[in-house]
Design a protein around this ligand. Structure first.
Ligand SMILES: Cc1cc2nc3c(=O)[nH]c(=O)nc-3n(C[C@H](O)[C@H](O)[C@H](O)COP(=O)(O)O)c2cc1C
Length: 150
């Protein structure tokens, strides 16, 4: 079985869009290195106020990773939305994918009924998982487009 954990937390790093994107890229890059070592996969949603992350893998690895993330001062008040065992990974090909909420992906949020600010306390983890899967598909399509163009 695969252990799956979904949590949200509040961003503590101030800055404009560019600084926020740099921050996210740094987090994702270190996460990809560590998670490929630890057999952890998942997705990180970032709307500039909130992080919402899905972590999946072996129970001990997910627990250790979450404990490490919880000590990070780049965010605060990490709150677990759901933890469960599932038969399969949702993000088998992503050691950590990340998407910042930009006008470009607004359409994806709208498709999930999120037009304005996110209130993570009112979201269900199932909703988050579906949003994360669609954001991942959007990122994937964008990358493939870039590869074809280059
Ligand atoms: C929102 C958020 C999500 C993170 N996700 C991960 C993750 O999935 N995996 C990971 O190893 N570190 C993640 N980190 C980074 C960890 O908090 C920590 O900085 C890092 O694991 C330390 O790695 P190092 O000991 O190799 O420098 C995340 C940090 C933040 C703020």
């Amino acid at each position: 079985m695969i252990h799956q954990l979904v949590y949200y937390s509040r961003n503590t790093v101030p800055g404009g869009d560019r600084a926020m994107l740099t921050n996210l890229r740094e987090i994702v890059s270190v996460s990809q290195r560590n998670n490929s070592r630890d057999g952890v996969t998942g997705f990180l949603i970032f709307d500039k106020t909130w992080f919402i992350q899905v972590l999946e893998g072996e129970r001990s690895q997910v627990t250790e990773t979450y404990a490490r993330i919880g000590r990070d001062t780049r965010h605060s008040s990490a709150t677990i939305m759901n933890v469960r065992d599932v038969p399969n990974r949702l993000f088998p090909n992503w050691t950590m994918g990340g998407a910042m909420r930009t006008p470009e992906v607004q359409e994806v949020y709208l498709q999930h009924g999120i037009g304005g600010a996110i209130d993570p306390a009112r979201l269900k983890s199932e909703q988050i998982l579906r949003l994360a899967l669609d954001l991942q598909a959007f990122e994937q399509a964008k990358r493939q487009g870039q590869q074809l163009a280059s």
